[in-house]
Design a protein around this ligand. Structure first.
Ligand SMILES: *[C@@H]1O[C@H](CO)[C@@H](O)[C@H](O)[C@H]1NC(C)=O
Ligand SMILES: *[C@@H]1O[C@H](CO)[C@@H](O)[C@H](O)[C@H]1NC(C)=O
Length: 380
């Protein structure tokens, strides 16, 4: 709190000496991130208790990100001399590791508010981590934290409202901070026994926003006559100039990822194919289960239906589509669970697995994948 006190002293001195002096705000702050809408299903129910401890993680701006397209094309363009020479994990880490300047600036900003001893740099060098109370974080980030409750499950989640601010000189060095606006990462609160019972029937604490659900369509069309109301496969093909004819369907794979308890419904798939891609009626994705990968009877199907139906419809009957179904009904999973499964080094390389994400196996039978799942290959 040292600089703040110093500034207050400075202010009062100036004001006493020359009351007409207008003092410009010494530290200009601006929203670093904000959101207009809370994800579907979540409602703020109370201010977060000021003494809750948040595992604050500051994602530091990475180096060389502006070169990423060049790096990618260098190894992936068939005409490039480096075609196929994929980078090692350590080269990736080294290239994108935040600079010392970035670490120093963000660390000293944090150290204005907390004892520097409490701040630690993650092993991979990408995050500064510090445990702070809600009260401390609210002052640091100029925001207010609320406890949000999920309508269906009663699950509770702590997030800040609206947005959060950073001083101008810090903002450039920070990608984002958790936990702030995210609804797919911890911390989760202890739930009441009543809530826990309901939650154990399939809460998805890591709920995301759902697709916009329109009115029922009266006359289903399969062509391009009404693309502003019915976005058919034919509409997408024309809009994106996408006419994919697989040349090596058995060498390539295409993948869709979904998070349980969201799941696709097989009979819906056939109604979709019956209308839009008749030769695919009866076709199903190849399921690759990760950390559970269940298809419970509850849970939404909008997003999973949408993703799988359109992906399968667009690539057509010759190309198999893999469905990476992640998580079970007990733990809310995040993208990290998926990334961990397709790239075993994602969690362990210089970082180590943390309990920020759901840990498997949990107390049900959900099994953590033992081996690394092969990620989808690029269609060629
Ligand atoms: C925050 O607190 C947790 C739980 O006590 C501890 O495991 C973790 O190491 C702490 N993190 C930091 C950065 O001090
Ligand atoms: C086309 O979709 C409608 C609406 O879901 C459905 O009632 C109908 O059975 C479908 N047609 C076919 C051939 O599957």
């Amino acid at each position: 709190m040292f600089p703040l006190t110093r500034l207050l002293v400075l202010y009062s001195t100036l004001l006493a000496a020359a009351p007409y002096v207008v003092v410009a705000s010494p530290v200009s702050k601006a929203y670093h991130e904000f959101r207009r809408f809370v994800p579907t299903g979540w409602t703020p129910v109370r201010r977060a208790e000021p003494d809750i401890v948040l595992p604050l993680r500051v994602g530091l701006a990475q180096s060389n990100l502006h070169n990423i397209e060049t790096y990618l094309l260098d190894v992936s363009h068939p005409d490039s001399p480096n075609y196929g020479n994929h980078w090692t994990a350590s080269r990736v880490a080294e290239t994108f590791r935040p600079s010392d300047e970035t670490v120093d600036i963000v660390r000293s900003w944090l150290a204005d508010s907390v004892d520097p001893q409490r701040i630690s740099l993650s092993r991979g060098g990408g995050w500064l981590e510090v445990n702070m109370t809600v009260d401390e974080v609210e002052r640091l980030l100029g925001t207010e934290y609320y406890v949000y409750e999920h309508g269906d499950s009663g699950a509770e989640h702590v997030a800040c409202q609206g947005g959060y601010e950073l001083p101008g000189h810090v903002s450039n060095h920070v990608d984002f901070i958790t936990p702030t606006l995210q609804f797919d990462v911890g911390p989760r609160l202890k739930r009441s026994s009543k809530v826990r019972r309901r939650a154990s029937m399939g809460s998805k604490t890591g709920s995301k926003s759902s697709p916009l659900i329109g009115k029922p369509v009266q006359n289903v069309q399969s062509g391009t006559l009404n693309c502003n109301e019915q976005l058919t496969l034919a509409c997408l093909r024309i809009l994106y100039d996408f006419n994919y004819v697989p040349l090596a369907a058995n060498k390539n794979t295409v993948g869709v990822v979904e998070y349980s308890p969201d799941h696709y419904i097989a009979s819906d798939m056939d109604l979709f194919f019956g209308n839009f891609s008749k030769s695919q009626v009866g076709e199903r994705p190849t399921v690759v289960a990760i950390d559970g990968g269940v298809f419970p009877e509850y849970g939404d199907s909008y997003e999973s239906n949408l993703d799988t139906q359109y992906m399968m419809g667009l690539v057509g009957p010759k190309q198999k589509v893999q469905l990476f179904q992640v998580g079970d009904a007990v733990e809310g999973v995040t993208f990290n669970n998926f990334l961990d499964a397709i790239d075993g080094s994602y969690c362990t390389f210089e970082g180590g697995d943390s309990d920020t994400d759901a840990v498997f196996p949990d107390h049900t039978a959900a099994i953590r994948v033992q081996r690394t799942v092969e990620p989808p290959r690029q269609p060629s």
